[in-house]
Design a protein around this ligand. Structure first.
Ligand code: UD1
Length: 339
């Protein structure tokens, strides 16, 4: 079966391409290279032995997208990652975020409706829950007003899919709400490549340890949690990638009970910032240079998933531990800096 992966050279996208190829799917990637590099293609090939088809294409370009689909009418499913994801940047460039994340989804759905097979897996985020009232967070937890244009694009994306599924019974969509994907492929052939100063905790830790950053700032140790730092559900990116394969298979086999479904993708376990630092220190055998600073605006105290729905319906659950993810993130950092 032929699967289109948009943003397939990005962090989660590239790991998903590997997982799809491992299951025998033929993959075609489109990516505009705005936050990725063509070299990821050889990383994928080193792991799976197969170089996926690739076309440099920006989903905002309706004309080129139409031309692409004319040439690929045999696509059976789409895994849609292509989007921008920096929360702070989205507050500064809202129009860019709405165009790049929302209008691109519309363009994609307009092309998809011309195909015989209309299956799409959408990258959503636990950010839609905001500061949830109860932990762990189930898919029934209320959606909170978005804290950023980025978060809003994920909420709007889900709404667009839900509304479109309601009027197009040929369309089957699954939104995966990821918690905090971290780590890299254990081979160190692919991993995360943040541009400039990382915004997320784990790449900041590994870049500090390798000497690229002076010190990690821990954003607040006065939260109402056991050790005072925020709690998140850190999940190995390889586990996240596998979730896409099982969700896609469900969609392709028309096993969905509703043509728009939503699943949380996390480990079900919350870890504090200090626990992540400890894990890093254990797997790397070195102390991390960090200091406590003010809270970061917009951070929720705690967010970890109830993964029962994914376990029961998709038959998927995470397999790798926080230590596995930190070990793989650290190996990846060491590999890319010693090239
Ligand atoms: C962030 C985004 C979220 C997005 C996700 C995807 C915010 C507020 N949230 O999630 O919307 O879906 O990334 O990548 O930006 N931390 C530090 N020091 C650092 C970096 C982070 O202490 O230098 C702490 C944070 O306060 C937080 C935890 O580490 O408690 C995780 O932060 P991060 O990796 O940025 O993820 P989220 O904030 O959960």
């Amino acid at each position: 079966m032929k699967i289109l992966v948009t943003g397939g050279l990005g962090y989660i996208g590239s790991h998903t391409v590997v997982a799809l190829q491992n299951e025998g799917y033929s993959v075609v990637i489109i990516d505009n290279l705005s936050n990725s590099s063509k070299s990821v293609l050889s990383g994928i090939e080193n792991i799976t032995g197969i170089k996926p088809q690739f076309e440099e294409l920006d989903l905002r370009d309706k004309h080129k997208l139409n031309d692409f689909f004319q040439r690929h009418q045999d696509i059976d499913g789409v895994v849609h990652f292509a989007a921008s994801k920096a929360v702070g940047e989205s507050a500064k460039k809202p129009l860019f975020y709405y165009e790049n994340n929302v209008s691109t989804l519309i363009n994609l759905l307009q092309e998809l409706k011309k195909l015989n097979h209309q299956n799409i897996i959408f990258s959503s985020s636990c950010t839609v829950y905001g500061e949830a009232e109860a932990m762990p967070i189930t898919e029934h937890a209320p959606i909170k007003p978005a804290q950023s244009p980025y978060g809003n694009t994920k909420q709007i994306g889900e709404e667009i899919l839900k509304d479109t599924c309601q009027v197009n019974s040929n369309l089957r969509a699954i939104a995966l709400r990821y918690f905090n994907p971290i780590g890299a492929h254990s081979s160190s052939y692919i991993g995360e490549l943040p541009q400039g100063e990382p915004q997320n905790l784990v790449p900041y830790i590994t870049q500090t340890a390798i000497g690229l950053r002076e010190q990690l700032s821990v954003f607040g140790n006065d939260y109402p949690t056991e050790d005072g730092t925020c709690i998140r559900d850190y999940i190995h990116v390889v586990d996240v990638a596998k979730a896409h394969v099982v969700a896609l298979s469900r969609s392709l086999k028309t096993k969905q009970t509703s043509n728009f479904e939503i699943f949380n993708i996390g480990t079900g376990k919350g870890s504090s910032v200090f626990e992540v630092i400890n894990s890093f220190e254990n797997i790397s055998n070195q102390k991390l240079n960090y200091r406590i600073v003010e809270r970061r605006q917009g951070d929720v105290i705690s967010a970890y998933a109830d993964t029962t729905k994914a376990e029961e319906i998709l038959g998927w659950s995470s397999e790798l531990s926080l230590n596995d993810a930190m070990r793989d993130a650290w190996r990846w950092e060491q590999k890319i800096r010693t090239k």
